[in-house]
Design a protein around this ligand. Structure first.
Ligand SMILES: Nc1ncnc2c1ncn2[C@@H]1O[C@H](COP(=O)(O)OP(=O)(O)OP(=O)(O)O)[C@@H](O)[C@H]1O
Length: 526
């Protein structure tokens, strides 16, 4: 008896025939389902067995966890000594391989600054080629990636793509310009069946029309050669679309237009398999939250895979989102809520509003290195600054919410084409917009928050290129410097120590009333 209990606990000389059932019941789970908490890493068992079904669908019998054991467990026959030994050898081999893979994953994640939390997280991609070897990616997509010049996956793509492909929900936070768009588009394109006429399969929500249009364009480039129905929710479509008849695989929209189409045009989202909230922290802000709520509810497919992407992900948003997501994996590249390290950031004291205009003119006179993006805090100020610069011979243009859709599109297109050197903008294009090779972002008006700062300056320094960001500040902005100074320090820039020592402010949003931008003497202003 004494011997029996000793043996049972040591587990070395266990009577394997007698306790075969117990071995199968306890051992595999313990060894292979490694629970992970923050920063813990493990390899997803489903990937080893090749299963790619949705998480809830994947929640199959526990006996399916490891093939060898499922056979063992469901069988009533007791294995012979020889069989048990060979199974043990197999198991130990499997364990060694899993450990080796975990170590490899961990090295790869460290190399690319990928931080994860959650359990059973699939290995990061070593190359785009693995999309085909591990997940059966069709060759057209790989060809299109190559054609776009994408040789290697970016860090967020290395981890978020396998997470979504393995049917897990995902929070992803990675620097501006680091390829998040492809990270959510690629799994959708690989998983949904294109060309079906039985309803929308994927919905991508973006906070602005410009970003929705850009994502649509990017998506269409990636499916070149395949018959995917990719639709941008335009104003007209949201008002007059006949969604019952219209084939649509992927629908890209702002929350307002999607909500409108659901209510007025009876758009059915019950078969949506993928829901992406791009710039998710913006979408969870007041003004969007009700529409997001109704979209999330309308996407009632129990196997839906939802994902949140942004360069900034405040804890409050994460908590809110976590309440609607199931067993989500969190993927952070670099430091959460930080600016891209490719951007050289500078703060310049301009004293007053007049000083800002002088500083801007002087900087353009000394060295104008287009394309340059200039941010102001309101559409009124955008118009005022444009009026000032329009005749300065610097090919300036302006974009803000008062323009028609066509005017907004033209402003973006001309800037992209190099016809405009300096684009004056409000925060309407601060997020997500991918302008190639912006050399400098100037925050003419101090940004209202640290996240607004990160997104604004993130229009430069994209896709591996370097960029510059200049932020002008006045006496009035001084109390708000601390937040921006902290972001700068976190991304390796130097700031005077007094800025970091400023008191923490309770109200983080800073949108003061500012003097009109004008060089016309006040007496002549009428
Ligand atoms: N694997 C890749 N290799 C090279 N370039 C890439 C790769 N993936 C994406 N890009 C390019 O990088 C640029 C930035 O990508 P994207 O717009 O997706 O960034 P983002 O992370 O969404 O930025 P933001 O936070 O500002 O929205 C784009 O021009 C895109 O074409």
């Amino acid at each position: 008896m004494e011997k029996a209990s000793f043996l049972l606990f040591s587990g070395i000389h266990l009577d394997r025939k007698r306790f075969a059932g117990d071995i199968t019941r306890f051992k595999p789970k313990k060894d292979l389902e490694k629970p992970q908490e923050v920063e813990a890493e493990s390899k997803e068992s489903t990937e080893v067995t090749g299963s790619r079904k949705g998480k809830r669908k994947r929640k199959a019998k526990s006996s399916e966890i490891v093939e060898g054991f499922s056979v063992f467990r469901s069988s009533e026959t007791v294995p012979s000594d020889g069989e048990t030994n060979s199974m043990e050898a197999d198991l130990s081999q499997q364990r060694k391989e899993t450990e080796k893979q975990l170590e490899k994953d961990s090295i790869l994640r460290k190399k690319y600054g990928i931080h994860i939390s959650g359990h059973n997280i699939p290995s990061p991609l070593e190359s785009f080629g693995e999309l085909s070897s591990r997940y059966g990616c069709k060759s057209y997509l790989l060809c299109n990636l190559q054609e776009r010049g994408f040789k290697e996956p970016t860090p967020i793509q290395r981890q978020a793509i396998p997470v979504l492909l393995s049917g897990r929900e995902c929070f992803a936070c990675a620097p501006t310009g680091s390829g998040k768009t492809l990270a959510f588009l690629c799994p959708i394109l690989m998983k949904i069946k294109p060309g079906s006429k039985d309803g929308v399969k994927a919905v991508i929500l973006c906070p602005t029309r410009e970003l929705a249009a850009q994502t649509t364009r990017e998506c269409k480039k990636l499916v070149k050669g395949r018959k995917f129905y990719i639709k941008l929710m335009t104003k007209e479509l949201s008002r007059c679309g006949n969604f019952d008849k219209m084939p649509c695989d992927i629908l890209i929209s702002t929350p307002l237009r999607l909500d409108f189409a659901m209510r007025k045009r009876k758009l059915d989202l019950s078969r949506v398999e993928y829901l992406v909230l791009d710039e998710s922290d913006k979408l969870f802000e007041l003004g969007f939250v009700e529409q997001i709520d109704s979209v999330v509810k309308a996407c009632a497919n129990p196997s839906i895979i939802r994902s949140l992407f942004s360069a900034t992900l405040p804890d409050t948003v994460e908590e809110l989102a976590r309440s609607i997501m199931h067993d989500a994996v969190r993927v952070i590249v670099g430091r959460k809520n930080s600016a891209s390290e490719l951007i050289k950031q500078k703060l310049i004291f301009a004293g007053s509003e007049k000083g800002k205009l002088l500083a801007l003119r002087q900087s353009f006179a000394e060295c104008l290195n287009p394309p340059v993006l200039v941010f102001v805090q309101s559409k009124e100020r955008a118009k005022e600054l444009y009026k000032e610069l329009a005749f300065d011979d610097i090919k300036a243009d302006v974009i803000h919410a008062d323009l028609t859709q066509q005017q907004r599109e033209d402003a973006v297109d001309n800037f992209r084409a190099g016809k405009t050197w300096v684009l004056i903008a409000t925060d309407v294009i601060a997020r997500g917009m991918d302008f190639k090779g912006i050399n400098c972002v100037i925050n003419y008006d101090f940004p209202e928050s640290a996240s607004a700062y990160i997104h604004r300056i993130g229009r430069s320094g994209r896709a591996g290129r370097t960029g510059e960001a200049i932020t002008l500040y006045t006496e009035e902005d001084k109390p708000f410097l601390r937040n921006i100074a902290n972001v700068m320090v976190a991304s390796g820039c130097e700031v005077p120590s007094w800025m970091l020592a400023l008191p923490k402010l309770k109200h983080k949003k800073h949108r003061p009333k500012r003097d009109t931008i004008s060089t016309i003497p006040e007496d002549n202003a009428e």
